[in-house]
Design a protein around this ligand. Structure first.
Ligand SMILES: [Zn+2]
Length: 454
């Protein structure tokens, strides 16, 4: 801070406008300020520590492929509903679950170019579109926007089903595995969602209840705390994306449970791919603990008891700090090698702007361990594999029963049409995506029709 000139303190905006024709980057104050910045990703990587690299080609090639692949992806978009009042907005969200037969991909693999759209006739998809109120809009039975979101989310959870089970039931099944948030048949709401500084630790049943202190309606889905980031008179794409991410994971949980109840053999032969890391961020981050326990003590345990192997569960990141770093260091890795990420490495090369906080990276958000994998086809992927337990950065992951099967699958589902993309993800994405141009026009018309705005 000491190299910032004194003058800057008074009226810096006037000053900035006063320099008019001088490009901002040439301004000496700006120049000095820039010198005081540390920018991540500028650390040069000359080689990767050998102890982090594992050539697994021998072992991977012995693995068998799963029969089915499920992939999950969501997309969201906030649109204006009335040109005269551009701040009146609605949020749309869509989740796609796509099921692909592995043999169809193998068939496609014989051709030089694998085209995901060719596969479209042979896959099964479930698309669920949802709508959320935005700035200047409330549900008719609610007093404001925040309440509309709370009620709206509860409604979605009661009305939307995954095959035959309501989202709300899946949510309750999952939360039973997060001990500190569940008691009897109730979800424990840490604080009243209807009134600020009201009751704490309120047990809320599936059907909702009145707050013991303020008497207002509370919903079990309030525990997701999505409403905390909802504000009137501004964009709500933030909470919309939080909701989307939560739902993607919940959909995966729903299908894991669906197969577990019916066909353990099929579950064991199915892969589940999520677009993004196996992690939950923001006010909902606490749910990652329930997912970790659900996978380990419920799904894995059930399969183990019946001597079935674990299904493949993997998160794939296409963007962000890790994916960008993976691109840079890809040249150091041979095909079919796995790179272990240690906390040391992460904070030195990838997140050098962040100081390690208490505990390890991702301990409050991840239910898996992050790794880099270079496929047989030379794609570099940032993946997360469910951890059996924390901490997240040990070599133990190499012993994970589903690791080699996962890498083998990733070797086969790459597509050269999109850089570092995987066929099932590309498919899920194409179903989930709300097209930016035509899409928003259609959504706008739909919004206008349904809301009677002319
Ligand atoms: Zn209350």
């Amino acid at each position: 801070m000491n190299n910032i000139p004194y003058q800057r303190k008074s009226g810096q905006f006037e000053r900035a406008r006063g320099i008019g024709h001088v490009p901002i980057i040439e301004n000496k104050f700006v120049k000095n300020e820039l010198k005081s910045y540390h920018i991540s990703h500028q650390e040069k990587v000359d080689e990767i520590p050998q102890e982090l690299i594992f050539d697994l080609s021998q072992e991977i090639n012995k693995e068998t492929l799963p029969k089915y692949i499920f992939s999950f992806d969501g997309s969201s978009k906030e649109v204006e509903v009335d040109e005269r009042f551009p701040s009146t907005r609605l949020g749309y969200l869509q989740i796609a679950a796509v099921l692909v037969l592995m043999e169809e991909i193998i068939e496609q693999e014989k051709h030089t170019f694998i085209n995901p759209s060719k596969l479209k006739d042979t896959i099964y998809e479930s698309i669920q579109p949802m709508v959320f109120p935005g700035s200047n809009i409330r549900k008719k039975n609610c007093t404001n926007l925040v309440e509309s979101w709370r009620y709206g989310i509860y409604e979605i959870f009661t009305k939307y089903v995954i095959e035959d089970t309501a989202l709300l039931d899946i949510y309750f099944t999952l939360l039973k595995y997060g001990k500190e948030r569940f008691s009897g048949n109730n979800i424990i709401l840490k604080k009243c969602a209807a009134t600020e500084r009201c009751a704490k630790n309120i047990p809320v049943p599936k059907e909702g209840c009145k707050c013991p202190s303020c008497g207002l309606e509370l919903f079990p889905t309030d525990a997701l705390r999505v409403y905390e980031e909802v504000y009137d008179l501004q964009s709500n794409s933030g909470p919309l994306n939080r909701m989307m991410s939560c739902l993607e994971h919940l959909y995966m949980i729903g299908y894991l449970e669906y197969l577990r109840k019916r066909r353990l053999d099929l579950l064991s032969n199915t892969a589940f791919i999520i677009d993004g890391p196996l992690a939950i961020f923001g006010p909902q981050a606490w749910i990652h603990r329930s997912i970790l326990n659900f996978i380990n003590t419920h799904i894995y345990q059930n399969l183990e008891d019946q001597s079935f192997k674990y299904p493949i569960i993997v998160g794939i990141e296409k963007t962000g700090n890790f994916a960008e770093h993976a691109d840079i260091i890809s040249k150091f890795l041979k095909p079919q090698t796995l790179m272990l990420l240690t906390e040391n490495y992460i904070y030195k090369y990838i997140l050098s702007c962040q100081k390690p906080q208490s505990g390890e990276y991702g301990s409050e958000t991840y239910y898996g361990q992050k790794l880099f994998y270079k496929t047989k086809k030379q794609q570099i992927l940032t993946i997360t594999i469910p951890t059996k337990k924390k901490p997240l950065f040990t070599k133990e992951i190499l012993k994970h029963p589903a690791l080699l099967g996962t890498l083998n699958l990733l070797d086969h589902i790459g597509t050269i049409i999109y850089k570092d993309a995987l066929i099932p993800i590309a498919l899920a994405h194409s179903y989930a995506s709300i097209p930016l141009k035509t899409g928003s026009k259609i959504l706008k018309i739909l919004s206008q029709k349904e809301l009677n705005i002319t």
